[in-house]
Design a protein around this ligand. Sequence first.
Ligand SMILES: [Zn+2]
Length: 179
Amino acid sequence: MKTYLLPCGCGRELAVTPADAGGESSCPGCGRTVPVPKLRDLGKLREAVPVVTKRSSRWSAGHTAILVGLLLAATSGLLSLVFRTQTPPPTADVHDIERQMQATSYVNAYGNWATELRHRPIAPPLTPEELAYRNAEAVNATWRRRFTYAAAAALALALTGLLAVVLRRAAEGRAGAAR
Ligand SMILES: [Zn+2]
C-alpha cells in the first residue's frame, strides 16, 4: 500500500495511506487533528519514498559456486601435493666406478665393451630401483597434473561465483539508489 505525506500546519508531515482517506489523522508533533483528503485527491500529496536499505542476503548460485569452487580447489590442491615420488638413493658411486676401472686391465675393459656395452644404448641399464622410480613418477605426474587442472577449474568456478555475487550486489545497489 502506498504511503503519502500529509503536511501539518506545524511543518511536520504525517504518513497517511489510502485506508485513512476521507478521515482524520492526528499529528504526533503538535497533536492537531488534520483532515485526510479523499481518495481521489490523495494522489496529489507527495508520496513517501520507502526506505529500502536492506540488501538481499539470499543464498544465490554465485555463493554456491564460490563455496563449491573453493572446496574443490583446496581438495584438488592438497591431492596434487600427495602424489610425490620418493627419489631412490643414487646407485652409481663415482669413486666406486673409478676403483673398478683401475682394477680392470685394458684387455678386460675392451672385452666387456666389445661383447656387452656396445650392443646397448649409451645409457646404462636401469636398476630395479630406478625403474620403479620412473614408473611411479610417471603415474604420480599424471595425477599431479590432473589435480592441478581440477584445482584451476575449481578456482575459476569460485571466481565466476564471486563475480556473479559482486555484479548482483552492484545491480541491487543501483536499484536501491534509483528508488
Ligand atoms: Zn502538527
